[in-house]
Design a binder for this molecule. Structure first.
Ligand SMILES: [Zn+2]
Length: 394
C-alpha cells in the first residue's frame, strides 16, 4: 500500500496530501509545531481567561470522557490555569470499568463538580445502525453528542468557555498549527457529523423519534452562542500537545491507569481506553481503508523520533490484522449478521486493492465479560431497515 515516506499513513487516510518528496501533510504539519511561538499562544489564552475567571458560576466547561486528553486538560485547567470548571460527560453507552474507576479518582482528587448525561439507548441503537448503513461509521451519536451536549450546558448555565483537549491537527489535516482551531459549527460540519445534521438524521429514521430527542446531537443556534459570547477552543491550540509526556503526568499526579485496547499494542495502554466499541471502530477502518490505530500511533512516534519505520511496520502487521472479539457484541447491538455487516463495508470501501480475509479473532481484553450490558436490537426491525438500505443501494 502506498504510504507517506516518513510515517506510515497510507493514501486512503482522510484529508491526506503528499508533497513532491512523498511526505504527508500530517508530517509537515507536525514540523510546524516546533515553529509555533508557544509563549505568544499562552499569552492569548491568558487574555481570554482574564475576562472570564471568577465572573460566572463556573469559569469553563471541560468536556470529559475520562480518557487521556480530557483528563490532562482538566488537570491543566485546575492546576496550571487555576480555573473552576464544570466537568461534563456525554455517556456514549460503552464506558469501560477502568475508565470509570479512573474518572471517579480524578474527579475526587481534583475536587471538581461533575455532570454526566446518558441519552436514550433505543435512539442510540437506531442511530448506530443507520449511520453505519449510510456512512459506514456507527459513531455519529457519540461524536455529535460529545461535541454538542457541552455547548447546550454552556448556554443553559451561562458558562462562556468550553475548553477541549487535543487539536485535530494531531490526527488530520483539516486544520494546521498556524491557526487557533475554533471548535465551532464549521468544525462540527467538517469533522464531526459525517455531513448529516440532527434534522436529517431524524428524517432518515422516518421521524420515528420525537425531534426533542435529537437536541443533544444538535449544534446550538449561533445567536444563542453569540449572545453568550462563547469561546470554544482546544487547549492544544495554546500549549504544545505531547501525548506521551501528558500521559506520564496524569499517571503520576492522578494515579490514572491505562488499559488494553483491541488491535492496539499494549505499550499504547493510554489510547482510546474509554469505549469498548473501539476495537470494532478500528476494524471497520481497517476493512475500509486498509489501516487502523496502530498505524496512527506508530506514525506519531515516528514523527517525534521515538520509533523507526521497520519496527512500526512490524507492529502494524501484528496488531491490525485481527478481527476484534467485540464484533459479535456490536452485531447484536445493531441486529445484523456478519455477512450483512460485510455487505455494508463493501459499499463504503475506499481501498482499491482487495484485502485478504482475516479470520483470526484477537484476544479478549480483561474486562470483556463485563461488556454485555445492553438490550439487543430486535432482529426483525434491523432486518427491515437493512433490506430498505439494500434496495436503495442496489
Ligand atoms: Zn507522514
Amino acid at each position: 500500500m502506498l504510504r507517506c515516506k516518513r510515517c506510515l499513513l497510507p493514501y486512503t487516510h482522510e484529508t491526506i496530501r503528499c508533497d513532491s518528496n512523498g511526505i504527508c501533510s500530517n508530517c509537515s504539519n507536525n514540523d510546524q509545531k516546533s515553529k509555533v511561538d508557544w509563549q505568544e499562544k499562552s499569552k492569548q489564552l491568558n487574555l481570554i481567561l482574564e475576562n472570564i475567571r471568577g465572573k460566572y458560576d463556573y469559569d469553563c466547561i471541560i468536556p470529559f470522557s475520562g480518557g487521556k486528553d480530557s483528563t490532562f486538560t482538566l488537570l491543566y485547567a485546575v492546576k496550571n490555569l487555576k480555573l473552576k470548571p464544570l466537568v461534563v460527560s456525554f455517556d456514549h453507552g460503552f464506558y469501560r470499568k477502568q475508565l470509570i474507576s479512573n474518572r471517579e479518582k480524578v474527579l475526587k482528587k481534583l475536587g471538581v463538580d461533575f455532570l454526566c448525561f446518558t441519552p436514550n439507548w433505543k435512539l442510540v441503537q437506531r442511530l448506530m445502525l443507520k449511520s453505519f448503513l449510510d456512512k459506514g461509521d456507527f459513531c455519529w451519536h457519540c461524536h455529535t453528542g460529545i461535541f454538542s451536549y457541552p455547548l447546550w450546558i454552556a448556554i443553559e448555565k451561562k458558562i462562556p468557555l468550553v475548553l477541549w483537549g487535543e487539536p485535530s491537527s494531531e490526527y488530520t489535516s483539516y486544520y494546521d498549527y498556524s491557526e487557533v482551531e475554533k471548535v465551532d459549527e464549521t468544525r462540527f460540519n467538517r469533522i464531526i457529523n459525517l455531513g448529516i445534521n440532527a434534522q436529517d438524521m431524524s428524517a432518515r429514521l422516518d421521524f420515528e423519534f420525537d425531534l426533542r430527542d435529537f437536541k443533544p446531537y444538535t449544534f446550538p443556534p449561533l445567536e444563542e452562542l453569540n449572545k453568550l459570547g462563547l469561546v470554544s477552543v482546544p487547549l492544544g491550540s495554546y500549549i504544545p500537545w505531547d501525548v506521551k509526556s501528558q500521559v506520564k503526568t496524569i499517571k503520576e499526579d492522578l494515579d490514572w491507569i491505562g488499559d488494553t485496547v483491541e488491535g492496539v499494542p499494549p505499550e499504547y495502554d493510554y489510547e482510546k481506553i474509554e469505549c469498548y466499541m473501539q476495537g470494532v471502530r478500528d476494524y471497520i477502518k481497517f476493512l475500509k481503508r486498509g489501516y487502523a490505530r496502530t498505524t496512527h500511533l506508530t506514525s506519531i512516534d515516528i514523527r517525534n523520533g521515538r520509533k523507526d519505520r521497520t519496527e512500526s511496520l512490524l507492529l502494524v502487521d501484528k496488531y491490525e490484522r485481527k478481527k476484534p472479539a467485540s464484533l459479535s457484541l456490536f452485531l447484536e447491538y445493531i441486529g445484523l449478521e456478519e455477512s450483512e455487516f460485510m455487505e455494508v463495508i463493501e459499499k463504503h470501501k475506499i481501498l482499491e486493492e482487495d484485502q485478504e480475509v482475516f479470520l483470526e479473532i484477537g484476544p479478549k481484553p480483561r474486562d470483556f465479560e463485563s461488556w454485555v450490558t445492553h438490550p439487543r436490537m430486535n432482529r426483525l426491525e434491523s432486518l427491515k431497515i437493512f433490506s430498505e438500505w439494500k434496495k436503495e443501494n442496489s
